[in-house]
Ligand binder design. Structure first.
Ligand code: 0A1
Ligand code: ZN
Length: 873
């Protein structure tokens, strides 16, 4: 690298103006990049306070134009700019560096100094627990160096890192190490090369005092890959599950998608300050420590499952994301929807597929459906954004995965696989679009999928009305189907969508499948399907396996639902019948109607008593729909009435099935056993405990305290505490105190302590949460801690929507304060306030007031401004 000016020249360099705000970026404005950067050399002189970054870009004009070279920056000040070794004129346009380059090729060198310790946004290069690490997706690379920071500019990277050896003994970046050495003054350096061209958002660097858990994996073609999970030394014993998950994911991707890993090295690093779950940087995945560290004493079964899921997700991105990346950020679901579908399938194969499907649908309904029916609704492939960080949503990820799942359902496993093979082959090393993906599936399968593309462009959850008429005389059943999609922001008129519905008929008497399952494609506003040879009164089993992400309204009687809950041949449909049965009672109860809980109690009793069902399924099936999900069904949401209705039903089940529940609660499994059966036993245990406490608070408190005290694992302990926090009495206080004292040194467990109290079903939860925000262990600068308190509280439907409006004010205070430190995290807390249209006038007005207060805050980030202003509508 040519000589450049020194750091002390900073004073003489022009000041970088602030970033532009509130500009809308549109998909239709996409234009290929003016300049390409086939190669980049980066040279870091690393330190916590100040890090010097020199970059040498080989740039190439792309196409016939005379536009200048524009390099994106974010809060960067150029200390030196050289083109082919010479000083040239350059200018700052907003945060960007603009250079008129005369020829078609040049070597452009820049130098900047950045300040990792002061980087509270955790985007770009930042400090966490004494180490240095990066986060570049989506637009963090421009906070490290000037660069055309967009996913369709792919470059080969060579990176040199230099640092103090005692404080930063480990230096990692993407690809493979090629050279290293020692320098005077206790410093050392390492140089790495990544052979695979990649977009800047996949760049990563880590420097710190880390220790590896090492292992290896031999790929299907016999290549040995060195694996390492890097953590603080004290955390090493908690990395085995992540390592096992990684190896399982590598084997699964070979077996199911024919995808082999491509570098000699695969590194994972755990950091405690991280905005999201994890990041798929090529060859160097960086993880939120919550998705790496686990042992049975500090992590729940859900944590264990999440680690396996996220490790697999990031690993799978090596193909669906890294080898084939996105052309622009509107195509985000190309990599995310597909990769979520891949990780869901992986988790299904590792445990119970039925339970996994139920869990995924539960979270889709809890998070994505409200998004799709609210002011922030957007298509899986959005048309515009202000801040792309706001689009890492349940719609892009989870509805995107449902879209891919529908394509898989329609094509069948074999043709789908032929399609993905073609996609990977055709677009390897490229930046592709969602259309490219569908085209590859079409070309490989010969099936026209064009009608399905509307799922990428049209927002909103379709509602399907379904009704069966039976004519015993002719033995025919007629299924009437009708679909509609409610308007969403910017899309007032909706078109019909292709909805694949796996459907069967179950005999009311026999409980057998009297019309075997078929795949009905509902693609008209209305459709009729006839079933012949129907020999007894049929019950409708529709959207089996949740084959389409839609809301089905099939007017089925409690009796029919009870029967289906017992005998439907599809496990998901059985679960669904239980949920529908409960939902009918809950919505009626919330409207103040008298309800008869007997059919549900009988169905839950049958489920609990079944020898054919595993405990994990039983737990899912008897769980009542969450209050937020019930709210989705109400014309005007009355949180108190919903809460009351749900509590009444919980009490009725707790009392009606006390013997069965007590038996389920008494069943234990050794804490270190993570088999599906052991996990299911524990899950059912805590679900049962919750019902028992609903039926008899004193007995529940007693049992919960005993479960808490004798627990040999975090699942039982947390399950007990989750029940205790909602009760009164000394058991609650004693358990909370004991939990905190025992685990105060473990930040991930302290997060649970905050989360449990923020989720408590109590009249004073708002006050408790306000108090917890002043607890010495609370900090806003750690995203996990902020989410554990404010995030969980905002999802606690009854407490957050407290009639006083205190919950709304608390959340707005948190958002405004967090925005100054970390806009991305602040903005992610906004959506619950956007539900104001659904509530009665007083709550509605308070929510609006709080959104207005947020929008009116001076120096608000683009992130939070976009979410709050769109939420106001
Ligand atoms: N691509 C990652 C998610 C991710 C996105 C943005 C981030 O910036 C803070 C971090 C991670 C994934 O899907 O796992
Ligand atoms: Zn992802």
């Amino acid at each position: 690298m040519a000589d450049v000016r020194t750091i002390t020249d900073a004073e003489t360099a022009p000041e970088a103006p602030p970033s532009p705000t509130h500009v809308t970026i549109r998909r239709e404005d996409y234009r290929p990049p003016d300049w390409l950067v086939p190669e980049i050399h980066l040279d870091f002189v690393l330190d916590t306070e100040s890090t010097r970054v020199r970059a040498r870009l080989s740039v190439e004009r792309n196409g016939d134009h005379d536009r200048p070279l524009r390099l994106a920056g974010d809060a960067l000040t150029p200390l030196s700019v050289l083109v082919d070794g010479a000083d040239v004129p350059w200018r700052m346009e907003g945060p960007d560096l603009v250079i008129d380059v005369a020829g078609d090729r040049a070597a452009v060198e820049t130098e900047v100094v950045i300040h990792p310790a002061a980087n509270t946004r955790l985007m770009g290069l930042y400090a966490s627990g004494g180490m240095l690490c990066t986060q570049c997706e989506a637009e963090g690379f421009r906070r490290i160096t000037f660069f055309p920071d967009r996913p369709d500019v792919l470059s080969r990277y060579r990176v040199r890192m230099e640092a103090d050896e005692a404080r930063f003994p480990i230096l990692l970046t993407n690809g493979n190490p090629v050279a290293s050495g020692r320098l005077d003054g206790g410093r050392h350096w390492a140089e790495w090369e990544d052979p695979f061209p990649k977009p800047s958002y996949l760049f990563a660097l880590v420097a710190g005092d880390l220790k590896p858990n090492r292992d290896s994996f031999t790929t299907m073609s016999g290549r040995k890959v060195d694996l390492a999970i890097w953590v603080r030394e004290a955390d090493l014993p908690k990395t085995d599950h992540a390592m096992e998950s990684l190896k399982a994911a590598m084997a699964w991707d070979e077996r199911v998608y024919g995808r082999e890993y491509d570098l000699d090295l695969f590194n994972i690093v755990a950091v405690s300050d991280f905005n999201m779950g994890a990041m798929e940087n090529k060859g160097l995945n960086i993880f939120n420590s919550a998705y790496v560290l686990a042992d049975s004493n500090t992590a729940t079964d859900v944590d264990f499952d999440n680690i396996a899921r996220v490790v697999a997700h990031e690993y799978f991105h090596n193909w669906s994301g890294d080898r084939v990346t996105c052309r622009d950020w509107f195509q985000l679901s190309l990599k995310e929807g597909f990769t979520v579908f891949r990780d869901q399938s992986f988790s299904a194969d590792m445990g119970s597929a039925a339970v996994k499907r139920i869990e995924d649908v539960r979270s889709l309904r809890m998070i994505q459906f409200p998004e799709d029916s609210g002011p922030l609704a957007h298509p899986v492939r959005p048309d515009s954004y202000m801040e792309i960080s706001n689009f890492y949503t349940a719609t892009i990820y989870n509805k995107g995965a449902e879209l891919i799942r529908m394509l898989h359902t329609v094509l069948g496993a074999e043709k789908f696989r032929a399609g993905t093979d073609l996609y990977f082959e055709r677009h390897d090393g490229e930046a592709a679009t969602c259309d490219d993906f569908v085209k590859a599936l079409e070309d490989a399968s010969g099936v026209d999928l064009s009608a399905f593309k509307i799922w990428y462009s049209q927002a909103g959850t379709p509602v399907v009305e379904a009704h069966v008429d039976y004519d015993a005389g002719s033995g025919t059943a007629t299924l009437e189907l009708e679909q509609r999609v409610a308007p969403t922001p910017g899309q007032p008129d909706k078109k019909p969508m292709p909805i694949p519905l796996r459907t069967a008929l179950i005999g009311e008497q026999s409980g057998a499948e009297i019309a075997s399952e078929q795949l009905i494609l509902l693609d008209e506003p209305r459709q009729t399907v006839r079933f012949d040879g129907v020999t007894e009164a049929p019950l409708l089993s529709i959207n089996r396996g949740f084959s389409a992400p839609v809301i089905v309204r099939a007017q089925r009687s409690p009796h029919a639902l009870e029967r289906l809950a017992q005998s439907d041949t599809d496990p998901f449909a059985r679960y669904e019948a239980m949920q529908e049965l409960a939902m009918g009672l809950l919505t009626a109860g919330a409207r103040g109607e008298e309800v008869d809980a007997e059919p549900l109690i009988r169905a839950a009793g049958n489920t609990l008593g079944s020898n054919a069902l595993d405990p994990a399924f039983k737990a899912e099936a008897i769980l009542l729909p969450q209050e937020a999900v019930i709210a989705e069904r109400m014309e005007v949401v009355d949180p108190d009435a919903i809460h009351r209705a749900r509590e009444q039903l919980r009490t009725a089940i707790g009392r009606g099935l006390s013997a069965e529940l007590t038996r389920a609660q008494a069943a234990t499994a050794p804490g270190t056993d993570h088999s599906p059966l052991a996990k299911g036993t524990r899950r059912l245990r805590s679900v049962a405990l919750n019902f028992i406490a609903g039926g008899d608070a004193a007995a529940g408190a007693h049992l919960a305290k005993a479960q808490f005290d004798t627990a040999d694992n975090m699942t039982d302990r947390q399950g007990a505490l989750a029940v205790l926090v909602s009760l009164e009495g000394t058991e609650r206080e004693d358990a909370l105190k004991a939990f905190f004292e025992r685990f105060s040194d473990d930040p991930l467990v302290v997060d649970k302590w905050f989360a449990l109290q923020a989720s408590a079903q109590r009249a004073d939860t708002v006050e408790q949460v306000e108090k917890l925000a002043r607890h010495p262990a609370f900090t806003m600068s750690n995203p996990n801690r902020l989410r554990s308190l404010a995030g969980n509280f905002s999802m606690n439907h009854w407490a957050f929507n407290d009639a006083s409006g205190r919950g709304y004010r608390f959340l707005a205070d948190m958002i405004i304060a967090a925005d100054k430190l970390n806009p991305q995290i602040a903005a992610r807390l906004v959506p619950p306030l956007g539900r104001w249209r659904r509530f009665e006038p007083v709550r509605s007005a308070t929510m609006r007031e709080q959104l207005e207060r947020i929008v009116g805050t001076s120096d608000l980030s683009r992130d939070t401004y976009e979410q709050a202003s769109k939420s106001l509508g």
